[in-house]
Design a protein around this ligand. Structure first.
Ligand SMILES: Cc1cc2nc3c(=O)[nH]c(=O)nc-3n(C[C@H](O)[C@H](O)[C@H](O)COP(=O)(O)OP(=O)(O)OC[C@H]3O[C@@H](n4cnc5c(N)ncnc54)[C@H](O)[C@@H]3O)c2cc1C
Length: 245
């Protein structure tokens, strides 16, 4: 069993977000980047499937060298080796093209991604990979079992659950009920220091999207207390200020 897990790095959830270059770029100055939480689930599931049969799990990131601490974390969780494609990943299509170009002749049995990156939230890479590699792609999965050359997959749908099967190779994206993320232990952390991390130069591709402007949401307004004795004021505010009635 040979598995590829794609990993995005995202700002730590406590990061105070700011922009630079006239609000056209995210300001990464001083930001702590972490492994995208959905990718922790994808990696854990891949390890749970591959390890019993002595399979391998490769972690792949498209991005510059400052992601290497997060890549080492993935290795400490149990990934066999890592690949970093040395390019600034400015849009989903570019990322998917880089991953597909690397993966196309490596014979992976399946590829897992997260359901979305928690910063840019595109939710696009899994589907794009399926199209570029011409293999089945299944988004937002909550169960995965492999038997021979067939995968059995579950997905939550509105008010229920869907079970489907597809043939290997395929690509799927991890949703939160897939598993509990594995926490690296001391042995894993020590082993990660010497596991192979291959740096690959990017394939020829172009950025398809130019960002015109980022802006932060308006700060939330404070709570207004209205006396229970004064329903007229509540009606007045809902009608004339909030304009919801
Ligand atoms: C100006 C700019 C600079 C950026 N610089 C960086 C950067 O330095 N490092 C960085 O990681 N991102 C960077 N990004 C974010 C990058 O654009 C996203 O990784 C990419 O657009 C995919 O985002 P998405 O929200 O569509 O991914 P989604 O489709 O929401 O991601 C789903 C899954 O795809 C996989 N995936 C996503 N991105 C990657 C990736 N880069 N490598 C491997 N797998 C991936 C992961 O498994 C992820 O869970 C930058 C974005 C901009 C606009």
């Amino acid at each position: 069993m040979k598995v590829l897990v794609c990993m995005s790095v995202v700002p730590d959830t406590t990061t105070k977000i700011t922009f630079t270059d006239n609000d056209t770029s995210f300001n990464a100055q001083g930001v702590q980047f972490i492994m995208n939480p959905y990718d922790e689930l994808a990696l854990t599931k891949a390890l749970d499937i591959a390890e019993p049969s002595g399979g391998t799990v490769t972690i792949l990131h498209v991005g510059p060298a400052d992601a290497e601490p997060a890549i080492r974390k993935a290795l400490s969780m149990g990934a066999t080796d890592a690949v970093r494609i040395n390019a600034v990943p400015t849009d989903s299509q570019f990322v998917a093209e880089q991953i597909a170009s690397y993966a196309k002749d490596k014979g992976f049995d399946f590829i897992l991604t997260g359901r979305e990156s928690i910063d840019y939230n595109g939710g696009a890479v899994c589907g794009l990979l399926g199209a570029l590699l011409n293999i089945p792609s299944v988004n937002v999965i909550t169960q995965l079992n492999i038997s021979g050359q067939t995968a059995s997959i579950e997905r939550d749908i509105d008010g229920g659950r869907e079970t489907l099967s597809c043939s290997l190779p395929f690509v799927a994206s991890a949703q939160k009920d897939l598993c509990e993320p594995r926490i690296p232990n001391m042995r894993g952390i020590m082993a990660a220091r010497t596991k192979p991390l291959q740096v690959v130069e990017p394939a020829t591709s172009q950025n398809h999207v130019a960002y015109s402007r980022f802006e932060l949401p308006q700060p939330k307004q404070g709570v207004r207390m209205i006396s229970a004795e004064n329903p007229e004021e509540l009606l007045h505010l809902l009608r004339n200020e909030a304009k919801v009635i």
